[in-house]
Design a protein around this ligand. Structure first.
Ligand code: GDP
Ligand code: IMO
Ligand code: MG
Length: 422
């Protein structure tokens, strides 16, 4: 049985949490493979609403085991909070969560460095969770890994080494403790609490695959935030695309079967950076209100704009999906007319690709096709494609045509059951 990968196809917040929860009824194991507590994945069912940052959304299905893979950067404080919250809500975590011994840990100084970078000349609008500095330490071989927490001397040595080059620039930050012994003491304590979850997850997942366990890999962020393929430098620091699912878990590319893109019926972005179809007017504000587009992690207002087919075709190409899930279609029921970006014009020439050069991104003009809306009709009770109003069907069919993909699932509300299978 091959594994399935779920990826965000835009700038994150496409509704991955809802769809992973929806699909995980049919899976045995759900795995996070990159990112960290910068993610905020919302799951709603019955009268409950959960926002998960580190633990895979499959934790809310009693049948699922959850894994945090080596590609994730783990904030032990955020993780322990999340575990405590879930347990307080009656969700059993112990015995169902496994964390790679190779995950890199977010340290207090990573968060301070993130904040410092954000107050400098290049402001990304990061989530402030220490993600960039932690991945930087990983790549420069100064990182602290989960496995380092279990031996106090090893931990002291590693923290001391890692802090050596940073100390001078961090010395004057208020409230930041740079005592190696104190940090080691604190993190050694987290190690005691996290030991029971820690294991060789690459080995575990490959064994499970051989036993035909059904594995769902839950991406965080979205393709346009990928460190290699996104709108660099306004990106996150990991490979958010489907390729990251292998490097972030130890599952080989040959073990991947389906790749499913999650596509919002319009576009949003949090933080700085280019956004070709952004609506800086009352239409954008109406979208934000109707879609409750406020960050699940930071509460920041999300920038909103029309659907961008250049971005989705690019995303489909680099992720390798032809089948996708369309989310938040219900939100568009406030408009008389809806615009779809079918291409860009750059220096008077039509282009059908998504450029990654800042110069091109900042100078292009979206070309729109406008279709009639279904204003005032609540589609959240629709459970089949045929139940949808004619104009809604036309909108979906147009998106499929211009994006060259098929939507096999359509989400018409935040709750599990507000979903159409085609
Ligand atoms: P993620 O990061 O991709 O998991 O997405 P977020 O949870 O950050 O943001 C998606 C938001 O939209 C959450 O509040 C979801 O509950 C909500 N949501 C998901 N699907 C739908 C949908 O089809 N319609 C509506 N109205 N809300 C949805
Ligand atoms: P989910 O998984 C939307 C954005 C931040 C910022 C940039 C870099 O919920 O879709 P970082 O803290 O990662 O260094 O910030 O990436 N960003 C997200 N935007 N959804 C997310 O996650 C995001 N995670 C990071 O806003 O622009
Ligand atoms: Mg989110």
């Amino acid at each position: 049985m091959k594994a399935t990968v779920i990826v965000g196809s835009q700038w994150g917040d496409e509704g991955k949490g809802k769809i992973v929860d929806y699909l995980s009824e049919e899976y045995d194991i759900v795995v996070r493979y990159q990112g960290g507590a910068n993610a905020g994945h919302t799951v709603e069912f019955d009268k409950s609403k959960f926002i998960l940052h580190l633990i895979p959304s499959g934790i809310l299905r009693a049948n699922c085991v959850c894994v945090i893979g080596n590609g994730v950067v783990l904030d032990p404080i955020a993780l322990l909070d999340e575990i405590a919250f879930l347990e307080s809500q009656g969700v059993k975590v112990a015995g169902r969560l496994f964390i790679s011994l190779n995950t890199h840990l977010i340290m207090p100084y990573h968060k301070a460095m993130d904040a410092k970078q954000e107050s400098g000349k290049l402001k990304i609008g990061s989530t402030g969770r220490g993600i960039g500095p932690c991945y930087t330490d990983k790549a420069s071989r100064r990182g602290i890994r989960l496995q380092d927490l279990f031996d106090k001397n090893v931990l002291i040595n590693k923290i001391s080494l890692s802090l050596e080059e940073k100390r001078a620039s961090l010395e004057n930050i208020e409230g930041l403790n740079l005592s190696v012994d104190k940090i080691a003491e604190e993190y050694f304590g987290y190690g005691i609490m996290l030991r029971k979850y820690s294991t060789d997850t690459a080995m575990m997942l490959n064994k499970e695959l051989q036993k035909s366990s059904r594995i769902l890999l839950e991406g965080a962020q979205g393709a346009a935030l990928d460190v290699d393929f996104g709108t660099y430098p306004f990106v996150t620091s990991s490979n958010t695309i489907s390729g990251g699912a292998c490097t972030g878990t130890g599952l080989p590319p040959t073990s991947i079967g389906k790749i499913i893109g999650i596509v919002k019926a319009y576009t949003t972005r949090v933080g700085e950076g280019p956004f070709p179809t952004e609506l800086n007017d009352s239409v954008g504000e109406d979208l934000r209100t109707a879609g409750a587009e406020f960050g699940a992690t930071t509460g920041r207002a999300r920038r909103c704009g029309w659907y961008d087919s250049n971005l989705i075709r690019y995303s489909s190409m680099i992720n390798g999906f032809k089948t996708a899930v369309l989310t938040k279609l219900d939100v568009l029921g406030i408009f008389d007319e809806i615009s779809i970006c079918t291409g860009y014009k750059l220096k008077g020439k039509k282009i059908s690709y998504f450029p990654t050069s800042p110069d091109e991104l900042n100078n292009l003009k979206p070309v729109y096709k406008t279709v009639p809306g279904w204003k005032g009709i609540d589609i959240s009770a629709c459970r089949s494609f045929d139940d949808l109003p004619e104009n809604t069907q036309l909108y979906v069919n147009t998106l499929e045509k211009v994006s060259k993909i098929k939507f096999s699932i359509i989400s018409v509300g935040p709750k599990r059951e507000e979903t159409i299978l085609r």
